[in-house]
Write a protein that binds this ligand. Structure first.
Ligand code: DGL
Length: 254
């Protein structure tokens, strides 16, 4: 069972920002990445539909022999991870936006959270804020349109930058000195966001923390691969050739 693959999925290519950290940390693991590009974005979809897609993908990853599944998507984690855990016998590792480290890091007392509308509207996210925000002012900013740019492999066009400025500038004007990248697509926009936010604003994502958590769960369950080459197998519900060319571009940039 230790030689079985880890399944990793996202609505599209965003989860590569998590996959690259898992690959770095656990090079002996075989990884199957599923990009649900035929149904992307999840951000504007109702919870029931995101749950349904998450189950279809989980079924496929389990049929491929997955020993553990990483939900490399904040929106799907918030909408579906509890349901998945209650339904399937394998362990699931989900995303958690970096609210807790942001609260610890802010000096201005204002934090901006960039995420999808569906993620920000989820109960699990509200619970996270209630638990950790304390006396810090958390400003949430849904960012429709960003995911579509990343899905096309666009991380730097003038249109993208102008869309980003509209989302980021109001947070800076409100005094935010930490921005939470609460969607796995957004780490690919880190350079463009940093250009707008400047060097004194901290940008936080949780890809590395999720890779660490994956390792912990594998160790706890006795599932960690300790030898072998590892590698990545790609799958997608979208136009496989188009998705693969974006994956190749983002993967080599990573
Ligand atoms: N990458 C996803 C996330 O982390 C979802 C993006 C989308 O499909 O809207 O939330």
């Amino acid at each position: 069972m230790t030689a079985a693959p880890i399944g990793v999925f996202d609505s599209g290519v965003g989860g590569l920002s998590v996959l690259r950290e898992i690959r770095r940390k656990l090079p002996a693991e075989r990884l199957i990445y599923f990009a649900d590009s035929g149904h992307c974005p999840y951000g504007g979809k109702p919870q029931a539909q995101i749950q349904q897609r998450s189950m279809v993908i989980t079924d496929e990853l389990l049929a491929a022999g997955a020993k553990l599944i990483v939900v490399a998507c904040n929106t799907a984690t918030i909408a579906a991870v509890e349901h998945l855990r209650a339904t399937y016998p394998v362990p699931f590792v989900g995303m958690e936006p970096a609210v807790k480290p942001a609260v610890a890091a802010t000096r201005s007392g204002v934090v901006g959270v960039l995420a999808t509308g569906a993620a920000l509207g989820g109960q699990k996210f509200h619970h996270l804020l209630q638990q950790h925000a304390r006396d810090v002012r958390m400003i949430t900013q849904p960012c429709p349109g960003l995911v579509e740019h990343v899905e096309r492999g666009d991380v730097s066009s003038p249109e993208l930058r102008s869309l980003l400025r509209g989302y980021v500038q109001p947070l800076l004007d409100a005094g935010a000195d930490v921005l939470v990248l609460g969607c796995t697509h957004y780490p690919f926009l880190r350079a463009a966001i940093a250009e707008i936010a400047g060097p004194h604003v901290l940008l936080l994502d949780t890809g590395e923390a999720v890779a660490r958590q994956t390792q912990r769960v594998l160790e706890r369950e006795g599932l960690l691969a300790t030898q072998g080459e590892g590698g990545v197998e790609w799958r997608s519900s979208g136009d496989v050739v188009a998705v693969q060319s974006v994956i190749d571009r983002l993967w080599s940039a990573g």
